[in-house]
Design a protein around this ligand. Structure first.
Ligand code: F6P
Length: 496
């Protein structure tokens, strides 16, 4: 046990037994109510859970997150074979931290201010309080020398806070959304605290090379730190400087699971049923997003509406299925967007529908994975028109489901996925004429060209799946010299 003794923590709990700790905004389970009124927890259908489940099992892992409701019990529990610790939020914290600082300050700011961010000190204070709660929960669960993986923009202060509580753990942070350029990030009144919070980690992961470059620039300009290649040198008041590695790790999906799902006969039958319900049109176009202003849903609708108006697409020969899942419904910009989208859908259908057939089938609903796979199978053309998107996993899910190598992906160049999928039809969604031409090209693409493109995209998504993403990140994190051995006499002794 030499070098592995439990360290004296500088505060917050004496540590737990888990070798691997995930801290994410939400728990990976949903509470589902049965017909008899009793409720049970089911794993939420996310790639992150499927990627981390095996790691959690092997390393005896625990997941720390919020259930999505106010005032949860704070008792740890096991569900769907996972050890879970709930971080509870009060109704006021949901308003100020989740709806406020996370989704009305950071979300619009990090997505290139598509909507104006609000800067409110009381929201910031709530963000600090809630981040501290996550950090304390992580410190309380992590065993000696554990690996702690913190996720996303909701928890950017956690690495720094955790580092203060526990010098013996390895800390990684992965940002699922873009990291903005300095010109935008500089607007944040608490920019320095965010940079310092993130730099509590040993490894910081971003989706795209550009995001990592933006963060390195923020370190230099916002915190006056020295960077060398992918390393940031972080001085320590009580010892030698630390080095933080900043890397690019594009996230992916559980490709094999989607492929398997799309081969199941009930899913294939459902896909046929969907096409029949639409009147077996020549071309089915599909968009699936959370109802979010970053997704370019209005741009997509405007382009489609104009194509119908110009007779370049004709209803019912072409049909658009528009799934916009409810999201962050109490945040003002999301309410406004919903109104705008619904007015636009009604206008297009009002102008171009006939009795019994509509050019847009709008669904403000959330679907299980089986139905999503059936929709992907039913669609000839997938439209991903985000104005800004960390990755966009829907694009990858569509590709994974197209086992027969048919189907065309129209993909915004402002998604992380565009870096990996040059064989998609890449578009600038702000260029409505360009978007219209690309949609028409997609609907008329020769089968051989579509197959060639889809085959290349499938190769990429198969090789670089979410398991590969998690393994790459964790390999880099585990390469960090063992903190317990290195820090017995001081908080930080990695050569700077
Ligand atoms: O990274 C973006 C993200 O936070 C995802 O983790 C999540 O699935 C999605 O946005 C929706 O977020 P929420 O419903 O928690 O606000």
């Amino acid at each position: 046990m030499a070098g592995r003794e439990r360290l004296a923590h500088t505060g917050g709990g004496s540590g737990g037994d888990y070798g691997f700790v995930v801290a994410a905004s939400r728990l990976p389970v949903d509470q589902v109510e049965g017909p008899d009124g009793t409720s049970e927890w089911r794993t939420s259908p996310g790639g992150l859970v499927s990627a981390l489940e095996p790691v959690m099992r092997k390393a005896d892992g625990v997941w720390i997150g919020w259930s999505g409701a106010a005032g949860d019990p704070a008792q740890p529990f096991d569900a769907a074979d996972l050890h879970l610790v709930t971080v509870s939020l009060s109704a006021e914290e949901i308003r100020k931290y989740y709806e406020g600082f996370c989704n009305a300050t950071l979300w619009p700011l990090y997505h290139d201010v598509i909507a104006p961010p609000g800067f409110h000190r009381s929201w910031w204070n709530a963000y600090v309080t809630v981040n501290r709660r996550y950090a304390e929960a992580a410190a309380a669960q992590a065993g000696q020398g554990a690996t702690v993986w913190v996720h996303d923009y909701q928890l950017q202060l956690v690495p720094g806070m955790l580092r203060e509580l526990r010098q013996d753990v390895r800390i990684g942070h992965f940002m699922h959304i873009p990291f903005p350029g300095w010109g935008i990030f500089a607007q944040l009144p608490w920019r320095r605290q965010i940079i310092e919070g993130l730099l509590g980690a040993d490894v910081l992961g971003f989706q795209r090379h550009g995001d990592a470059v933006n963060f390195l620039q923020a370190c230099r300009r916002g915190a006056k730190l020295i960077t060398k290649g992918t390393l940031v040198r972080v001085p320590s008041p009580s010892g030698p400087a630390r080095e933080v590695h900043v890397g690019t790790y594009p996230i992916s999906i559980d490709t094999a699971a989607y492929e398997q799902l799309s081969r199941q006969e009930p899913v294939r039958a459902r896909a046929r049923e969907i096409r029949e319900a639409l009147g077996n049109p020549r071309v089915v176009l599909l968009g699936i997003d959370r109802l979010d202003y970053t997704k370019g849903i209005r741009h997509r609708l405007n382009a489609y509406g104009e194509l119908l108006g110009e007779g370049r697409l004709i209803s019912p020969d072409a049909v658009l299925i528009l799934v916009a899942s409810p999201s962050r419904e109490r945040v003002e910009h999301y309410r406004q967007l919903r109104d705008e989208i619904e007015v636009t859908v009604a206008r297009i259908n009002g102008e171009h529908a006939e009795l019994g057939s509509s050019p847009v089938h709008y669904l403000h609903q959330t679907y299980p994975r089986e139905e999503m796979a059936a929709l992907y199978l039913a669609a000839d053309v997938m439209l991903v028109t985000s104005l800004r998107d960390g990755m966009n996993l829907v694009a990858k899910e569509y590709i994974a489901c197209r086992g027969d190598e048919t189907g065309v992906l129209v993909l915004s160049e402002f998604t992380g996925a565009a870096d990996e999928l040059p064989s998609a039809l890449l578009v600038n969604p702000h260029d409505i004429e360009g978007l219209k031409d690309t949609i028409v090209r997609a609907t008329a693409m020769p089968a051989a060209e579509a197959r060639r493109r889809m085959r290349a995209m499938r190769r990429r998504v198969r090789e670089y799946d979410v398991q590969h993403w998690a393994a790459t990140f964790l390999d880099d994190l585990n390469r960090v010299p063992e903190p317990a051995q290195g820090r017995l006499t001081g908080p930080a002794d990695r050569a700077g």
